[in-house]
Design a protein around this ligand. Structure first.
Ligand code: NAP
Length: 279
């Protein structure tokens, strides 16, 4: 049995879906189990990583866990999981864990160290920027068609959440092969924001325009949505990013197929952009 925490989230929903497609036994977790991770899929059990005792009975027959990096310290949950007989943990971490020191890097390093210290076998999934982050542009795309963002020159290699989940699922289903590996994950192409806006417009058949925001304006908008140290870490990474970001081969190596392109991802999420579903 595989326990999936973060099962209602961007990555976890896809982990649940792909595990079910592989006919694995899955138990999703949510703090609000009335929010089904998947329409028609298994009902989630109630649990909170900040209150590990809430998960003790759900862990009874579990041997593997997909672990969401919740804000709470994970050590108490890991103790309960080990006592319950869990063998292997696949931790959703971040590429930032292996980079410069900032608030994002520090929180993920703390979680990786807790998992390593737990004595359980582990795999770290370290994605860079999610393509899903760009859904914050959906109101602008559906509205005046002007996407506003800072640092026009900064390239990233955004990754489709389905590919992050696919690597996690391989690590859950074949723990011996993936134990004690940390996978740095990227999408297949280095893209700046104006390049992504151009692809969005082409795939959706919409006339979109990019407008560069002053970093101070961008920070003001970001701190309304996330803690200030996280906004500062993101802006700092963008300020230092070059115009060509490195592509990692890990998705291809682990799954045997290339990661989805940005155009694939836009088409897959057509409804979120206010467009009809695409094949
Ligand atoms: N966005 C990026 O570009 C990026 C890049 C690299 C790494 N990351 C990391 O990826 C994570 C975000 O992943 P995501 O987008 O899949 O998440 P998400 O869509 O924001 O969903 C958050 C999930 O975590 C669960 N959760 C939160 N606190 C919990 C707790 N105390 N106990 C149990 N479950 C809890 C929520 O479940 P319920 O609400 O249902 O309980 C929900 O399923 C962050 O840690 C981030 O640092 C993000």
């Amino acid at each position: 049995m595989i326990l999936v925490t973060g099962a209602t989230g961007t990555v976890g929903r896809n982990v649940v879906r792909q595990l079910l497609e592989a006919h694995a036994e899955v138990r999703p977790v949510s703090r609000s189990p009335e929010r089904a991770p998947l329409p028609g899929g298994p009902v989630a059990v109630r649990g909170d990583l900040a209150e590990p005792e809430s998960l003790r009975s759900a862990l009874g027959d579990v041997d593997r866990v997909f672990l969401f990096p919740a804000a709470a310290p994970l050590d108490p949950f890991l103790d309960v999981a080990r006592d319950a007989g869990v063998r292997h943990v696949v931790l959703l971490s971040s590429a930032a864990a292996d980079g410069e020191s900032n608030a994002i890097a520090r929180s993920h390093r703390v979680h990786e160290r807790a998992v390593a210290a737990s004595g359980l076998s582990w795999t770290y999934i370290r994605p860079g920027a999610f393509m899903a982050n760009d859904l914050m542009w959906a109101p602008a795309v559906r509205g005046d068609g002007v996407v506003r963002a800072p640092y026009a020159q900064a390239a990233t290699t955004p990754i489709d959440e389905r590919d992050i989940a696919a690597v996690a699922v391989r690590a859950l289903l074949d723990e011996d092969r993936h134990a004690h590996h940390a996978y740095q994950l990227t999408g297949p192409e280095s893209l700046t924001v104006p390049e992504r806006v151009e692809i969005l417009g082409k795939v959706l058949g919409r006339s979109l325009r990019f407008e560069e925001l002053d970093p101070a304006q961008a920070r003001e908008l970001m701190v309304a949505r996330m803690p200030a140290p996280v906004a500062d870490a993101v802006l700092g990474m963008m300020a230092r990013a070059g115009s060509n970001a490195p592509v990692s081969p890990s998705v291809q190596q682990v799954t045997g197929r290339p990661p989805h392109t940005y155009a694939d991802w836009v088409a897959h999420n057509a409804a979120a952009w206010g467009s009809p579903s695409m094949p």
